[in-house]
Each structure stands twice: as structure tokens, then as C-alpha cells.
Design a protein around this ligand. Structure first.
Ligand code: S3P
Length: 429
């Protein structure tokens, strides 16, 4: 896929449903009694992996054109899968599902693609083992494939070394199968979609500071879930509109949960002209329409507690920083090394090869913005967020930028290139 300097982006767009919320709706819908209806579900490969895993465990799921219907069987209604559960490229499927599987009365094996088989699972194996769960890394390297022998579990208070919603959610889901109070404390608050949705389904979940608590054996009831647009997908259009002179975009129905909206705060600090219109809630999740206008940007410092609120947006934020005036510092972003790819290294390599002035830091980078970017050939490393971030970089660069392995956007945003092309005349070919 080739990208060239773009005409202004103008008009309206609705981005696909939130990936994190879509996964959770399938999981909780499967464990609830009765039918759960999900609208604006993200039909990306990751969420389809979650659906396929629950179908393998006997859950009837109807994938209608405008709605997903999950015929849940209650907390103890899953059946032993006849085949290996395949999470594909999805860390959320792997880690959250592992928490559920640890509490079942059967043994299962959970695996994924080459990237999943390299991502750290010790972060969930450790707490699940403390709860009495039996989770074995079959390659003995702390990664998938995981053999999970289900047990009744013991509640724990887990002090997590990482701020990770996947770890927190894994433990809270396992906590549904433990008698008593299961607690997770993380260094900084990560996205809280699990807590909000578990509560909506009827579980007793409380949050205080960075500690979330669940009481075991909840009775979950099927719900109507309306999934907000994914702010992580909206981020590419926000960046494109801010960077391409003359742009003005209205991005409709976007989730702006405070544990996810770090990108908006960062853009504001960079001098962006962004307005949040028509604020409302979908199933306890705050939503707004985002009006973005082209704005000259300045540098920003990103570190500490706000890293988890924008962890998936750091690749596109780095692209914005390379085009901004001044020196942007990103620190405390070690989690970027263990995403779908080593995003820290790849961002630095790709921006450097486009002519940006960057110094790697131990867990971050210093970006001296303002050098004009030049087009080049870049590999996505099969990482959807790298592909989308550098497509946008290509649209503000001189010359042509070729993205190799560009189709990996299917993971979270199958229509990304088409939507981008629709908003600008000469975007991609
Ligand atoms: C996710 C949590 C984040 C994020 C991932 C989705 C989730 O990971 O990077 O894309 O749905 O819980 P961590 O919370 O593990 O950093």
C-alpha cells in the first residue's frame, strides 16, 4: 500500500466499535444467563477470535449484519472445547480468556499466532497460580500455548507489577470463580471497561484508586450492549486532521472513557483544536463526537500515570511529535516492547528512516520535531497500529511511503484504508 502527501481531510466519519469493549461483551454475554445483544460490535480479526473460542465451548452466537446475539449459558455453562482454542493475534483474548478458563471444571489449551507465542504470559500465570489455577506454558518459556487445567479458585489480593487492563481483567474474571473478595491493585489505573461492564451485567465490582475488587459467584444477566467507537481507531483520523493543513473532521460516537482518553489530553497540550460535542453515555461508557481542525502542534512530555491511558496511541502520537515544534519526551513506556510487535524499537526505526530526529531512551524516546518527513518503504511487522500510524506519516511526508504487510489492519479496523481514501482525494492507491 502506497501513501503520498494528502489533500485536506474533510467530512464525517464513524470509526468501528471499540475492540476492548467488544471482546468483553462477548465474554460476559457468554457467561451470563439469557441473551446479550451487541450492536456496533467490532468485526475485526481479534474480536472474531474471541467469538470463535466461545463457539468452541458450546455458546451459540448469531452474527447478524447489524447485531451480535449471544445466547449465554451462565457462569458454569461452558463446555470443554473439542479443539485447541485459537486467540489469533489477540492478547486480550488470550489473557482474559485464561482467567475464565482457570475457573472451569475442564482442561483446555489456548494458543495464538507467532506474535502471541512470543508475548509474556507469566504476568497472568503468576496470579492465576496464586489463586490455585493450573496454567502451564507448553513451550516452557512463559508464553502460549497455555494448558489450563480448571479448578475452583481462591480469592487473592494481587499487587500487580504492571499497569495492565489485560492482567487486571484476567484476575477479575477468575475472581468470579473464587468464593469471596478478589482484589487487584496496579501501579497506575489502566482501562476500566471490565469493571464497568461486569457491573452492568450484575457483578459486584468496586473500584477505589488503583484497586478493583470483585465478589465471587455473581449471577450475570444478559444485557443490551451498544459499543462506542474505538478511540484508538479515531486517533489516526485525529492525527491526520491535525497534521494536514486545511483539514476539518467530525468523528462521531467515539468512546472517551477517562482511562482511555490520554490522546485527547495530549493533543490539547500540543495545541490542537479539538472539541467534544454531544457528550452522552452508552452502557456507562462516556461517548462524544470529536470535531478536529488542522492545528500547528508543539511538543509535550508523556510519562507516568498517563501512559496506560494512551498506550495503544503512542505510535501515532510519536508521528505527531515528529511533525510538532520542539522536543517531545516519552518515558515509562516499557509496555510498548511487548505489544503485537516491539513498538518502541519499530517507531524509532521507522521515524528515523523517514528523517525524524530521535534519540532512544531506556523506556521511551526523545523526538526533536520539525524535520520534514520523507517517504520510504516501511514494514508493518504485522502490527496493525504500526501500519495505520505510518500510513498517516506517509500522508504528511514528501515522496511516496510504501507500507509492507499493510493488510494487518484487519485486526482492529478492516475498512481503514477505504475510510481514509474517502476522506481525502489522493490518499492511497
Ligand atoms: C487492552 C489492554 C491494553 C491494550 C490492548 C487492549 C484490553 O493492554 O494495549 O490493546 O482490552 O484490555 P494492557 O492493558 O495489557 O497494556
Amino acid at each position: 500500500m502506497i501513501f503520498k502527501k494528502s489533500a485536506p481531510l474533510r467530512g464525517e466519519i464513524t470509526v468501528p466499535g471499540d475492540k476492548s469493549i467488544s471482546h468483553r461483551a462477548v465474554m460476559l454475554g457468554s457467561l451470563a444467563k439469557g441473551t446479550t445483544s451487541i450492536t456496533n460490535f467490532l468485526n475485526g480479526a481479534d474480536c472474531l477470535s474471541t467469538i470463535s473460542c466461545f463457539k468452541k465451548m458450546g455458546i451459540e452466537i448469531e452474527q447478524l449484519p447489524s447485531e451480535i446475539l449471544i445466547h449465554g449459558k451462565g457462569l458454569h455453562g461452558l463446555q470443554p472445547p473439542k479443539a485447541i482454542l485459537d486467540a489469533g493475534n489477540s492478547g486480550t483474548t488470550t489473557r482474559l480468556l485464561a482467567g475464565i478458563l482457570a475457573g472451569q471444571s475442564f482442561t483446555s489449551t489456548l494458543t495464538g499466532d507467532a506474535s502471541i507465542k512470543k508475548r509474556p504470559m507469566t504476568r497472568i500465570i503468576a496470579p492465576l497460580s496464586q489463586m490455585g489455577g493450573q496454567v502451564e506454558s507448553l513451550s516452557n518459556n512463559g508464553c502460549a500455548p497455555l494448558k489450563i487445567t480448571g479448578h475452583s479458585l481462591t480469592p487473592i489480593h494481587y499487587i500487580s507489577p504492571v499497569s495492565s487492563a489485560q492482567v487486571k481483567s484476567c484476575i477479575l474474571l477468575a475472581g468470579m470463580y473464587a468464593d469471596g473478595f478478589t482484589k487487584v491493585t496496579e501501579p497506575f489505573l489502566s482501562r476500566n471497561h471490565s469493571e464497568l461492564m461486569m457491573r452492568a451485567f450484575g457483578a459486584q465490582v468496586t473500584s477505589e484508586g488503583t484497586t478493583a475488587t470483585i465478589i465471587g459467584n455473581p449471577v450475570l444477566e444478559g444485557q443490551k450492549v451498544v459499543v462506542p467507537g474505538d478511540i484508538s481507531s479515531a486517533a489516526y483520523f485525529i492525527a491526520a486532521a491535525l497534521l494536514i493543513p486545511g483539514s476539518e473532521l467530525l468523528i462521531k460516537d467515539v468512546g472517551i472513557n477517562p482511562t482511555r482518553n490520554g490522546i485527547l489530553k495530549v493533543c490539547e497540550e500540543m495545541g490542537a483544536d479539538i472539541q467534544l460535542l454531544n457528550k452522552r453515555e452508552y452502557c456507562q461508557e462516556p461517548v462524544a463526537d470529536i470535531l478536529v481542525k488542522y492545528s500547528p502542534l508543539k511538543s509535550v512530555i508523556i510519562e507516568g500515570s498517563r501512559i496506560p491511558t494512551l498506550i495503544d496511541e503512542l505510535p501515532i502520537i510519536a508521528v505527531m511529535a515528529a511533525c510538532a515544534q520542539g522536543t517531545t519526551i516519552i518515558r515509562d513506556a516499557e509496555e510498548l516492547k511487548v505489544k503485537e510487535s516491539n513498538r518502541l524499537d519499530i517507531i524509532i526505526q521507522h521515524l528515523t528512516s523517514m528523517g525524524a530526529d530521535i534519540t532512544p531512551l531506556e523506556n521511551g524516546m526523545e523526538i526533536r520535531g520539525g524535520n520534514p518527513l520523507k517517504g520510504t518503504t516501511l514494514d508493518s511487522h504485522l502490527d496493525h497500529r504500526i501500519a495505520m500510524s505510518f500510513a498517516i506519516a506517509g500522508m504528511v511526508s514528501n515522496g511516496a511511503t510504501e507500507i509492507l504487510n499493510a493488510s494487518c489492519v484487519d485486526i482492529s479496523y478492516p475498512e481503514f484504508y477505504g475510510d481514509l481514501a474517502r476522506l481525502s482525494d489522493s490518499t492511497c492507491c
